[in-house]
Write a new protein. Structure first.
Length: 456
């Protein structure tokens, strides 16, 4: 078990974490015909929108309750009511996500009460799902905000077992997938392909592989998300054969889903590496009662060959990484399985999964902490988001860009990191970085007796 070093500085220098409201908004972006309305100032939403647009290179539907100085002091309930009414009338969404922010939480907003009052006063909008979620940005990170939003969606939309029309296993071959924030649209697409290969039908919550995959829509503009899981599909999760939970951050949401529906689940901290991918495939075999498809078996053999080819470069490498806990856990497990060492690990926030990471110490901190410990421990590679680029330049180290946001890399959101195929490409990328920077290369020997113009 690693030593967890908690934050001790009075400020963050080059923060690694992204706020909870951004994470909650990302989760709502994976629902079809949905929109988030952040309860806070206009700047809160503008800040989140800039991150999303620069990362995904797509127009992002976000709204705000636009709290000002007066409403911040006297209360902003009317802002919520008016905002919900306008969205319901003009956009007619299937779902409205209502994350709070640090401003509204400090002000003391009770979004659950306001939504109940809005429902009572506006019965004509009863068919629109409204999902309030408490996500102050002074605590947690993107990962925890994302998980809170998924928990709220299940709490609001999934009915108890025994309710009319709800029976575990009644929808043959349906499998629920709770997809964590560490997964990219490319990752989720790969997960769906694997599930379909076993003859199963996945219902992914949330499914950003359809809404944020960079597709062109036939409409010139849509004020709502285009693609993703439908609200009607979420309401059928209690009828599935099983649930696959990918990311330890979603365990709380998985507990709620299991308690409410009785649907059995299989939980995975991540799907990077041979062991994790094997566990996922065996779970699919057990659920479907089908043999492993030849295509997937071949991908496993390809990954094994890639592990043999790349371990010469990756073995004994010294790596420094900063990320949210789920992503940090995934990469640390993969790197240590290949013989590398995580000499500097910084997490954006506390989480139970950090205790399972095979590293000597993990710091809850910022990129300044990572840069200092990386220099002290002679790291050879940085892994993190685009904010880490300046630190990499200062220490003259290569950077493998992962996570959110990636604003200096085109198409990073579509990258597949998981499963046999994604892990194979990840190993190749790591090995090529070390090859390019002469990792483990032996310096040429020059005799002390050689003349300056003599060849080696």
């Amino acid at each position: 078990m690693p030593e967890i070093i908690h934050r001790s500085k009075a400020l963050s220098v080059s923060p690694v974490k992204v706020s909870q409201p951004v994470g909650a908004s990302l989760a709502f972006l994976g629902i079809n015909r949905a929109i988030s309305m952040l309860h806070g100032s206009q700047g809160c939403t503008a800040f989140a929108k800039v991150f999303f647009v620069r990362h995904f290179r797509e127009p992002i539907p976000l709204q705000t309750t636009a709290m000002d100085q007066t409403s911040s002091v006297l209360g902003a309930d009317e802002n919520i009511v008016e905002g919900l009414k306008i969205l319901c009338q003009k956009s007619k969404p299937d779902m409205i996500g209502l994350p709070t922010t640090g401003l509204s939480e400090t002000q003391g907003a009770d979004v659950y009460r306001v939504v109940r009052e809005f429902r009572a006063a506006n019965p004509q909008f009863a068919g629109i799902a409204i999902i309030p979620v408490v996500t102050p940005d002074y605590s947690g990170c993107l990962e925890s905000g994302f998980a809170l939003a998924v928990h709220s969606m299940i709490n609001e939309l999934v009915r108890d077992a025994g309710h009319a029309g709800t029976q575990p296993g009644s929808h043959q071959n349906q499998v629920n997938v709770l997809a964590g924030s560490a997964l990219t649209p490319g990752d989720i697409e790969a997960i769906k392909d694997m599930i379909i290969a076993f003859g199963l039908r996945p219902v992914v919550v949330p499914d950003i592989s359809e809404s944020l995959d960079g597709h062109l829509h036939e409409d010139a503009f849509s004020p709502l998300t285009t693609g993703g899981t439908s609200v009607s599909d979420i309401t059928t999760m209690g009828n599935a054969q099983a649930t696959l939970v990918i990311g330890a951050s979603l365990n709380h949401a998985a507990d709620l889903l299991h308690a409410r529906t009785g649907v059995s689940d299989f939980r995975f901290n991540h799907l990077m590496g041979l062991d994790a991918s094997d566990s996922f495939v065996m779970a699919l075999t057990k659920i479907s009662q089908n043999p492993i498809p030849e295509k997937i078996a071949r991908q496993r053999a390809q990954l094994q060959d890639a592990m043999l080819d790349s371990h010469f470069m990756i073995g004994q490498a010294r790596v420094a990484m900063a990320a949210d806990p789920d992503l940090l856990c995934a990469f640390t497990d993969l790197l240590t399985s290949m013989g590398a060492e995580m000499v500097s690990a910084v997490a954006s926030a506390r989480a139970p999964v950090l205790k399972q990471i095979p590293a000597s110490t993990i710091k809850i901190g910022d990129l300044q902490d990572l840069e200092c410990t990386a220099a002290e421990n002679k790291a050879e590679l940085f892994i993190g988001n685009s904010h880490l680029a300046e630190s990499a330049k200062r220490l003259n180290l290569p950077l493998l860009r992962v996570g959110f946001p990636l604003y200096d890399l085109l198409g990073g959101y579509q990258r597949n990191w998981i499963g046999y195929k994604g892990t194979r490409q990840t190993l190749f990328d790591l090995a090529n970085i070390f090859l390019e920077h002469n990792h483990h290369e032996i310096s040429p020997y020059r005799s002390v007796y050689a003349q300056p113009n003599d060849s080696v």
